[in-house]
Design a protein. Structure first.
Length: 143
């Protein structure tokens, strides 16, 4: 089984600007009206980076760079988004849904595994868990 960190961390480091520090990285699903794609969520000391991924965890397309001043609104919920069904309750327990709206009106809907509990290894293990925590700290430090 491939270690997520072996693939994701080098990609995240390649996106850093000189002097920028990597706080963490994780995989998310970016959803739009009719499709979804895997993205790397990279937290740095200066910004968030959303980088599209191929099935081989290689960069796909241009990254989206989000400095704190570019983020107009943030909403976070469990992955089930509050629905009262068994499936949604399971998603709430193992995943996080993050919705960002930028100052130029772009909306990013992202869902990521928390990699906690019994599904930790299947959900990305230590790299995913630490990346989700780093993302949470990034927002908490800038609130």
């Amino acid at each position: 089984m491939v270690n997520l960190g072996d693939r994701l961390v080098p990609l995240a480091e390649s996106l850093l600007q000189p002097g920028e520090n990597l706080l963490g990285c994780c995989i998310a699903t970016q959803q739009s009206l009719l499709s979804g794609r895997a993205v790397a969520m990279v937290s740095t000391d200066r910004r968030l980076i959303v980088q599209g991924l191929t099935r081989r965890f290689e960069a796909s397309g241009q990254p989206i760079s989000l400095a704190p001043e570019r983020i107009a609104e943030v909403r976070m919920a469990g992955g089930g988004d509050g629905w009262a069904t068994v499936g949604a309750m399971i998603l709430d327990a193992v995943s996080v849904r993050l919705t960002l709206r930028t100052t130029d009106g772009e909306k990013l809907a992202l869902t990521m595994m928390a990699a906690e509990g019994m599904l930790a290894t299947l959900g990305g293990g230590d790299t995913q868990r630490e990346g989700v925590r780093a993302l949470g700290r990034w927002f908490a430090d800038r609130a």
